[in-house]
Design a protein around this ligand. Structure first.
Ligand SMILES: [Zn+2]
Length: 324
């Protein structure tokens, strides 16, 4: 074969900074044969780091593939690990200075301010890919098991792909609750399939979740023909549950205080089971109990301890028949 696989780090967006420096936002490109092109996006929110580590792991895996069997890469892979560079630099969720959530700026505009320009550049690069995975890491308040969230409008195209991605949960969202200015919605709307992976917790890296998602992404790439059939990819033992607006229960704090979890995240819980307590630093008694409303799976759990009355503490997906 005449194809020579290789890896490149390229600048896909650049803009003059007000004082001296020029900002460059980069991607890593692995080029193999003329097969399908796929992409992974991370760091759209500057306080979410799980996806940056997933990109590192994919890059390490692809390095090894190119070294040992360069013809195993039939297509090409683009990794965009740190899209919101200014946010990542300053530990800010949105785009600093512009005070904008970058994931509310899509599809963007090449003549607009920085967030719009960056969004437009990313849309242009990603359009036409066979699959884009946009990785998010909740926020600093909540910890999530590895899951994808899919707008029901795109369910028939995306669920079959998501089922093979080694996730624990697929959460289908009704069209009314979906934001239309995200990168995923803009891509799906324009015909480029994009899955939103959500896992872990903000400002942290959870290596076992990253490893789980890496295995799922590689399995899907192999199915799409990005990787050759003879390439060995890691096992994908996780089979996702399907959640939707009818079987997800939200637990909100009854009192303000400090949440002390007693249940493990990602476990079977029983109706009425104690998930944690809310206590005060001033007093020795318990202010309120947090109990599961149903028999189900605890897939979201409060990570940041200080809560206000009404704060989200947990999400439980009901197993059938266990509702209060
Ligand atoms: Zn995010």
């Amino acid at each position: 074969m005449s194809t020579h696989s290789h890896m490149n780090i390229e600048t896909f967006f650049t803009i003059d900074m007000p004082y001296r420096e020029r900002m460059e936002i980069r991607r890593t490109v692995f080029k193999g044969g003329a097969g399908p092109r796929v992409a992974v996006v991370a760091g759209v929110h500057g306080d979410e780091l799980e996806g940056l580590y997933v990109c590192h792991c994919l890059s390490a895996w692809l390095d090894e593939l190119l070294r040992t069997s360069p013809h195993g890469l039939l297509g090409s892979v683009e990794l965009y690990p740190a899209v919101n560079t200014l946010g990542l630099d300053t530990l800010t969720r949105g785009l600093p200075v512009f005070d904008t959530d970058l994931n509310r700026a899509f599809p963007g505009s090449s003549a607009g301010p920085l967030p719009d320009r960056l969004a437009a550049a990313l849309m242009q690069e990603l359009s036409g890919a066979s699959l884009v995975v946009d990785i998010h890491a909740s926020n600093i308040y909540l910890r999530e098991i590895p899951q994808v969230r899919i707008n029901q409008e795109f369910e028939s195209r995306l669920v079959p792909i998501a089922r093979n991605m080694n996730l624990d949960l697929i959460w289908l969202h009704g069209a009314a609750t979906v934001l239309e200015t995200t990168v995923a919605h803009s891509l799906n709307n324009s015909g480029t399939p994009c899955l939103v992976a959500e896992m872990g917790v903000g400002m942290r890296i959870t290596p076992e979740y990253c490893t789980q998602l890496v295995a799922g992404i590689l399995a899907v790439w192999k199915e799409l023909g990005v990787l050759a059939p003879e390439v060995t990819v890691p096992a994908t033992p996780h089979v996702p549950l399907i959640a939707d607006d009818s079987n997800v229960h939200y637990l909100n704090a009854q009192t303000s205080g400090m949440f002390i979890a007693t249940a493990d995240h990602w476990t079977d819980v029983r109706r009425g089971e104690l998930l944690g307590t809310i206590v005060s630093p001033f007093r020795g008694d318990i202010l309120s109990d947090v109990r599961s409303p149903v028999d189900g799976i605890l897939f979201t759990l409060r990570e940041y301890p200080l809560v206000y009355e009404g704060s989200l503490m947990a999400r439980v997906m009901a197993r059938t028949g266990g509702e209060l």
